[in-house]
Design a protein around this ligand. Structure first.
Ligand code: FAD
Ligand code: DLZ
Ligand code: SF4
Length: 515
């Protein structure tokens, strides 16, 4: 039977925002569709927990919409008529139910955005795209702000956001407590006897979803305890995790933001990125809740802890999205250093003798999560020092983390971590020798390699690879004032010592899969 004046609305797997104005009223002429499809499960080799988490959240969201009396079509992965493409499934539904209008929410990923633009241009019924009503800033806001500038300083964007949204700002538009950034009070190593808070995890039974994924032969990485799936899969659990964070973690968030320790996989981090990135909760409610917790309890939560957390969200997160929309699609092909090596095989297994990498990779495979410094200064640092092609690095990061969506993955990986954008996101490459990793962690004391040795047997690979990297890229980095000091040290080193370091690095690079 033909249905007159019916609208079909598409909801993507990372658009689960129940507070969107679309859902404020129930309209019998509107049908929502969510679909589990192979283009999305297969554009990267995702972690099993990521695919499960997204499907579980999509299914829960569809259930909630139905509870609120919305009309919903849910296309499961192994459903017979699933055509496994957004456009083809939508066309089939329009044809079957005679929808007269099609609407969608603006995708966060360039690939899907282009797909939807091309598809809707050809569609014979009226179409309309809506904002997701999730972010603080628009897609083009960062580009407009920096329109006449040569560089895109995150700190300038962050201050602009604080003022515009009146976050931690006084009546005269000045930053509370007299400074914009309190980073110098943050970033300590975990004291030996300090046991971080035990993370709040959930026990969702996702066995049916896992079985469907296995049945369809979707290629994934990592493992899952599918009777006790630890990640939040709906808004209620996301709010619980937010509450847990503000009650138990915020007071030490900044202090131990960069700390790493064996078997401590979340320390005082919020683990809210998955909930936020699929829009179960909004950045504004996370920021507001953290500020509320501070205001209620300023004796417990020092201001620098709060400012450090707020900066990650209204600063870095919005900044990365702005850079993404300003620089895509060219950004995805940038390779400033012309790196072309393969990712070491042990990135997929964790089977390496390097303790820091072993721990960060094993934890990523176990939990689909590593915190920022593990991503930046352990795995990312090594990939950059080893000269791995940014495509390989991106593919790994886009797959392995539960929170990985291209707009925030590629800007962090290709930009911040690999400096493949030549300095759009960062002012210098984030590389380090063992000294930094030892400063921020207790990994080195339990390692096969010796953090203090630069060459010879059991010398920590980070040490020689570090100097090899600077030497190899002197033409591109030699005049960078932020690393001038390192080049001074290198240039003052005697030629024999330099050669020894380069030979050691060469040996390690040739035997990279055995490290
Ligand atoms: P917390 O430490 O608790 O921080 C709070 C929130 O701040 C996070 O939930 C996140 O929304 C935001 N945030 C913090 N740092 C950043 C940042 N650099 N960029 C954007 N937002 C930030 N983040 C993703 O969400 N998805 C990714 O795919 C992703 N890939 C990354 C790849 C590399 C190589 C690096 C170095 C970083 C990447 N990040 C990514 C940023 C950051 O590591 C994660 O956001 C963070 O680890 C998520 O854990 P959390 O929620 O416990 O964060
Ligand atoms: C990541 C992902 C996966 C694995 N599967 C689906 C899916 O089957 N259906 C869907 O709508 N979305 C999925 N997603 C999230 C999308 O890839 C994401 O919405 C786009 O990348 C746009 O950001
Ligand atoms: Fe990592 Fe080197 Fe320390 Fe081992 S010695 S944990 S490889 S930094």
């Amino acid at each position: 039977m033909a249905i007159k004046n019916k609208t079909l609305r598409l909801i993507l797997g990372d658009q689960l925002n129940i507070n969107h104005s679309w859902f404020a009223t129930v309209d019998n002429n509107v049908t929502y569709v969510l679909m589990e499809i192979r283009t999305e499960t297969d554009y990267a080799k995702h972690h099993l927990q990521k695919v499960i988490g997204i499907f579980a959240a999509m299914q829960d969201f569809a259930k909630e919409l139905k509870l609120h009396h919305h009309d919903v079509i849910y296309i499961h992965l192994n459903e017979e008529n699933n055509l496994h493409r957004f456009d083809e499934n939508i066309l089939a539904l329009i044809d079957k139910f005679k929808f007269t209008q099609f609407e969608y929410l603006l995708p966060d990923e360039y690939r899907v955005d282009e797909h939807m633009k091309a598809f809707t241009q050809k569609l014979k019924i009226p179409t309309k795209a809506f904002d997701t009503e999730h972010f603080y800033s628009t897609r083009s806001e960062l580009g407009d702000l920096f329109a006449d500038k040569k560089t895109y300083l995150m700190e300038s964007f962050y201050r602009y956001m604080r003022k515009k949204h009146k976050v931690l700002i006084d009546d005269e538009n000045k930053p509370l407590h007299g400074k914009w950034n309190f980073d110098e009070d943050n970033r300590q190593k975990l004291p030996k006897a300090h046991k971080p808070v035990f993370p709040l995890v959930f026990c969702n039974d996702v066995t049916k979803i896992e079985a469907e994924i296995i049945k369809s032969n979707v290629k994934t990485i990592g493992k899952v305890d599918s009777k006790n799936f630890i990640w939040p899969i709906n808004r209620k659990q996301s709010l619980e995790l937010l509450d847990f964070f503000t009650t138990n973690c915020l007071h030490l968030f900044g202090t131990f933001q960069d700390a790493m320790a064996p078997n401590e996989w979340s320390i005082y981090h919020s683990r809210l990125s998955f909930s936020m990135n699929i829009k179960l909760i909004s950045p504004k409610e996370v920021v507001d809740k953290a500020i509320e917790a501070y205001n209620k309890n300023p004796d417990q939560i020092a201001f620098h802890q709060l400012e450090g957390f707020v900066r990650q969200i209204i600063g870095w997160r919005e900044y990365m999205r702005g850079i993404y929309w300003l620089k895509m699609p060219e950004y995805a092909n940038l390779n400033y250093f012309q790196h072309d090596e393969k990712l070491p095989e042990w990135f997929w297994t964790g089977n390496t003798k390097m303790n820091c990498l072993k721990d960060a990779i094993h934890q990523s495979l176990d939990y689909a999560y590593a915190h920022h410094i593990q991503r930046l200064m352990v795995t990312g640092n090594f990939a950059l020092l080893a000269g791995v092609h940014p495509d390989e690095v991106d593919a790994w990061y886009l797959g392995i983390y539960i929170d990985a969506f291209e707009w925030v993955e590629i800007t962090n990986t290709r930009g911040m971590s690999q400096f493949a954008d030549g300095g759009i996101v960062g002012t210098k490459p984030y590389v380090s020798s063992a000294a930094y990793i030892n400063k921020m962690s207790s990994y080195c004391s339990g390692c096969y390699y010796d953090k203090n040795k630069k060459t010879g047997e059991k010398a920590c690979p980070f040490n020689s690879l570090y100097w090899n990297f600077y030497n190899k890229h002197e033409d591109k980095l030699g005049n960078n004032p932020r690393i001038g000091m390192m080049y001074n040290v290198w240039r003052k080193m005697n030629v024999d010592a330099q050669k020894e370091l380069l030979d050691q690095a060469d040996y390690y690079l040739k035997h990279i899969n055995e490290l």
